[in-house]
Design a binder for this molecule. Structure first.
Ligand code: 2BA
Length: 109
């Protein structure tokens, strides 16, 4: 058995949840916060048999898209802070960041 942890953008979370349930995956959805943007994202916990991991990855890939986002750096990189004019820079936030972990034991009491 594997545990899939997938960090996705909030905008994709409802579609992804529906698609996973439609494909008979058991899912837990967590409200999370990205360390870099310090804004909300969504993390899915999906426990599934090894043989179904590829299907889960496909459903995630099909329902999550990457987007460009403007970010204003908070402070200059080693320069003088008093003359610093913050310019927004564009970064690409990925469709999904996915970890696949082995599950040693699974219990439901
Ligand atoms: P955040 O940490 O808020 O990062 C959002 C986006 O900011 C990242 O998109 C990346 O494009 C950029 N970014 C992050 N750290 C950066 C840095 N040190 N320098 C420059 N740009 C940086 P993604 O890479 O697609 O990540 C989306 C979200 O997935 C992350 O939100 C975080 O919540 C999670 N994540 C990504 N990699 C992770 C990892 N190795 N471990 C745990 N969570 C991760």
């Amino acid at each position: 058995m594997k545990l899939i942890l997938a960090v996705v953008q909030d905008q994709d979370s409802q579609h992804l949840m529906s698609a996973l349930v439609e494909h008979n995956f058991r899912v837990t959805k967590l409200a999370t916060t990205g360390g870099f943007l310090k804004s909300g994202n969504t993390t899915f916990m999906i426990g599934t048999e090894d043989i179904r991991v590829d299907k889960a990855l496909q459903v995630i890939r099909d329902n999550c898209k990457s987007r460009d986002q403007l970010v204003t750096p908070v402070s200059p990189m080693g320069g003088a802070a008093d003359s610093y004019i913050p310019y927004p820079v564009e970064i690409e936030v990925g469709g999904a960041t996915v970890f696949v972990l082995p599950v040693e034991q699974f219990h439901q009491f």
